[in-house]
Every structure is written in structure tokens, then in C-alpha cells.
Design a protein around this ligand. Sequence first.
Ligand code: KG4
Ligand code: ZN
Length: 350
Amino acid sequence: MSCVLGIETTCDETACAVVEDGRIVRSNVVRTQIDLHQKYGGVVPEIAARAHIEWLNDIVATAMQIAGVTAEDLSGIAVANCPGLVGCLLVGVSAAKALAFAWDKPLVGVNHVHAHLYAGCLIPPQGRDNASAVWPDPPALPALGLVISGGHTTLYEVQRFDSLRRLGSTIDDAVGEAFDKVAAILQLGYPGGPLVENLARDGRANEVKFPLSLLGKQSLDFSFSGIKTAVLYHVNGQGGAQRTSADLTPQQRADTAAAFQRVVAEILEVKVRRAMEVMTPRSLIVGGGVSANACIRGCLQRVADAAKIPLYLPPMAYCTDNAAMIAGLGSQLLESGGRADLDLSAIATA
Ligand code: KG4
Ligand code: ZN
């Protein structure tokens, strides 16, 4: 049995987890900083980094206690070292190096975006304890991977989890960023994705038409900035803020949210279908914060069903940022010989 400790501090969640044999989550502790950043309407990097420094030691200790492991039981330490806010990354990377050195354990750096894809392979603790639960085998490879998060919207060909080939990516906003900006236009608050989804529940998606931006017939890239601008004009009026979302009726606001969510889901669906024609995957794996969205989950399930391949979606707790996905992918990397030295860098872009 192998137990890997994972550390995640790329943005505004301070997280630590222990994962057994690359899949079974023994503990997954996430402390969100939402309340620290809410009044600024977005993440303030300096505040985020300072909170990571204050909280991380306790969170590591708690994750190990819940998992029932001591340093001796660990087979390695995995840390998200890219991409992210550099001051935040540095906190996790420094802590992981110190622990690896003090406990004499192998260290590995994990790409946070790639780890989002791995989240769909994890088995939650209640799954392990439920003897009658049947957990699917790991995804058959090659798989088509789609990461939809606050910072990334990317399609990958997954030959192995340590070798991903990028097929397409956003040329402007990430899909989660578009949700957050639409939430700001509708004056819903931060982070916007779940708030837009909630509002959309009462909305009629066909009442408003936003552009289906596909970037040409073959493209596997994404663009969401045009839709965001279309929402802005729809709510505020053309040529400056003549009105705000407060001037819309509750039904009009809900219709706007539903129409936006629908067009985003349609774009993701079209791009996934196109990518399936390019690489004939044996499974579809989706991860990232936006994969928590029920409308988008349903839409992707229909695409996978039509292609007759299994869809791997993370359990809700592993959609947004967490350290279980870092420990899980880290286990795979360690097993295939991945090792970092104590000069492992924090890299803001990847
Ligand atoms: O993966 P994540 O936690 O962080 C990054 O790596 O970026 O993703 C956060 C993003 C935010 O933009 C948030 O608004 C979005 O995921 N999100 C959602 C939902 N839950 C989180 N977007 C749409 N619907 C949701 N239910
Ligand atoms: Zn993330």
C-alpha cells in the first residue's frame, strides 16, 4: 500500500490530502479563502499567499490525523507547483520541500490543471467503506480530457496521465472566468459559477439568444469573451451603462443566466464532439470547478452516451480546487519514477 500526501496552494484554497494507492482518498482537507476575498470581488494574491502561510501547517496536520497516518507511513509528497499565483505556489512548494527533506521522502511537482483531470479517478472515503459499492475501473486510455476551471479551458488527448497532448484551449477567457464575469454583470457576487447556476434554475434558456462562438468549423479552441460582452450589452444596454441588472425583472435576470449557461454548455458539447472525431477516445474525462455545474454535467453525459464511451466526472467535492487530486496524480507520477529535487520551482504559467 502506498500513501501520498498532497499539498495544494495555487490560488484561494489551502488544501492537504492523503491518497492511498493513487485512488482512495483517506483525507481531503480544504479551507477556502472566499470570505477573505469576497469584498474585493476577486482573489487578492497577497492576501491569499499570507493566508496559505498561516493555515497550511494546521491543515497538513489535520489531513494526516484524519487519514490516520504518520510521516513513516507516507511513500511520498506531491505538491502543485504550477500554474497559479506565484506567491501562493511558493508557500506550498516551500512547505512540501521542507517536509520531504525533514521526513526523507521522495518529492514530486504536479501540474494543477492536469490534476483536475485526475480528480474523476478518485474514490471518496465513503466509497472505500461501503463494501457493496462498485467503483469503476480507471478510465480506458487514450481518453479525451476536458478541463473547465476558473483559469483554464483545455482539451487534451490523454495517452497517460504523465503525458497529455493539448488539442485546444481558450484564446481569451476561461469558462469559469466567464461565469464569474457574468455573475458580476448580474450583481450576484463571488465566486460566480454556483450563483449563476442557482439563478438559471428559474430561467428560460430560449428567451434570450447569445452567440454560439465556435471559431470556425474545425477549431478545437474556445472563446468566451464575445458571449460575456453579449451578456453585458443585453443587461446594461449598448454603449455604456444605461441600465444595470437591478433594472431587469427577476424573471429577466434568471432568463439571462439560463441562456448564458445553455450557450456555454452547447459550445463545450460541440468542441468535445469535434475532438472525438480527431482522436477516437475510449473514455471522456472532465474536471475543474465548472464540472460541478449540473447543466454542463448533463450535457457532457449525453455526448459520452451518444459516443458510447464512459464519462468520468469528479464527485462534487473534487470538482473545485482540492489536494486529493494532487496526491492522486502525484502517486502516479512517483510510481512512474517522477522525482523533484529541493530546487523544484514554483511556475506561474504552464
Ligand atoms: O477549478 P477551480 O476551483 O479553480 C481553478 O483552478 O480555476 O474553478 C473555479 C471556477 C470558478 O470560476 C467558479 O465560478 C467555477 O469554477 N464554478 C462553477 C460552478 N462551481 C464552480 N461554474 C459553474 N457552475 C458551478 N456550479
Ligand atoms: Zn483549479
